[in-house]
Design a binder for this molecule. Structure first.
Ligand SMILES: *[C@@H]1O[C@H](CO)[C@@H](O)[C@H](O)[C@H]1NC(C)=O
Ligand SMILES: *[C@@H]1O[C@H](CO)[C@@H](O)[C@H](O)[C@H]1NC(C)=O
Ligand SMILES: *[C@@H]1O[C@H](CO)[C@@H](O)[C@H](O)[C@H]1NC(C)=O
Ligand SMILES: *[C@@H]1O[C@H](CO)[C@@H](O)[C@H](O)[C@H]1NC(C)=O
Ligand SMILES: CC(=O)N[C@H]1CO[C@H](CO)[C@@H](O)[C@@H]1O
Length: 205
């Protein structure tokens, strides 16, 4: 767990003001914060409801769910473990703004992409291809919560969990900056699915 005492936080806040420009978001419960692009420890992700009651202060565990494949590369979307009960990537890392996922044997073939408005937090996995990973991720320490929280381009307050109404493989998926997603029910004229705002905790392993 990342604990911050008041004095180093104050010093690093000054550093943040001097060296970065924050995009104004609508942060929840934030009194003071600092941000890093590398974490010393491995972690998992968990989603905490911002508006609804939570079962605990850690949140619902998130995993890399199925997001399709092409020849030589597969894609993953960040899903709740409750909706995709298979954890192929039990350990994540944040290094220089790269969000990385590791297989059980510790091997690394998976990077996250920085999501745009309306996109899921998606990942690409390949042993054949190599593309430079996004460097837009960071961990923000919020004094009022116990864990660092995930941010993209400095923004930690725009994550939404969107339930799926698909008849099969109904994964509840983490999206960036959208409050609804199109229906996957296959029913013509079905209403869009409502999403809810979450904070994404980075839970140390
Ligand atoms: C917290 O609650 C979620 C349900 O939202 C549960 O899946 C998870 O295992 C709980 N985590 C801990 C650490 O108790
Ligand atoms: C958020 O709250 C809703 C309603 O209580 C619940 O259905 C959902 O599972 C919760 N999600 C998380 C991530 O705790
Ligand atoms: C993941 O990102 C690193 C750093 O940019 C890169 O060297 C590596 O090839 C990427 N892996 C894949 C599978 O694209
Ligand atoms: C979020 O989406 C709204 C429109 O839906 C857009 O105006 C805003 O710039 C987006 N914010 C970010 C940080 O992408
Ligand atoms: C900081 C970081 O990412 N540490 C490690 C996380 O776990 C993998 C393998 O399980 C290591 O390769 C990383 O160095």
């Amino acid at each position: 767990m990342m604990l911050i005492s008041v004095r180093p936080l104050f010093v690093s806040l000054i550093a943040v003001w001097v060296f970065t420009s924050f995009v104004a978001a609508t942060p929840v419960q934030i009194s003071a914060r600092s941000s890093v692009t590398t974490l010393a420890n491995n972690f998992t992700l968990a989603a905490l409801n911002n508006t609804l009651p939570n079962a605990n202060s850690t949140g619902a565990p998130l995993v890399l769910g199925s997001g399709g494949a092409i020849d030589g590369e597969s894609f993953q979307v960040t899903s709740t473990y409750a909706s995709y009960p298979l954890d192929n990537f039990p350990s994540l890392g944040l290094v220089g703004g790269n969000l990385r996922a590791f297989l059980n044997d510790g091997s690394w073939h998976t990077n996250a992409s920085a999501p745009l408005t309306g996109d899921p937090l998606g990942w690409g996995t390949s042993s054949y291809y190599s593309s430079p990973a996004s460097t837009a991720f960071s961990a923000v320490s919020v004094v009022t919560t116990g864990f660092p929280v995930l941010a993209v381009n400095g923004i930690s307050g725009l994550w939404y969990l969107c339930p799926s109404d698909a008849p099969v493989l109904a994964q509840n998926i983490l999206y960036f900056n959208t409050t609804t997603v199109p229906s996957h029910s296959g029913v013509s004229g079905a209403s869009p699915v409502e999403c809810y705002s979450v904070t994404v905790n980075m839970v140390p392993l």
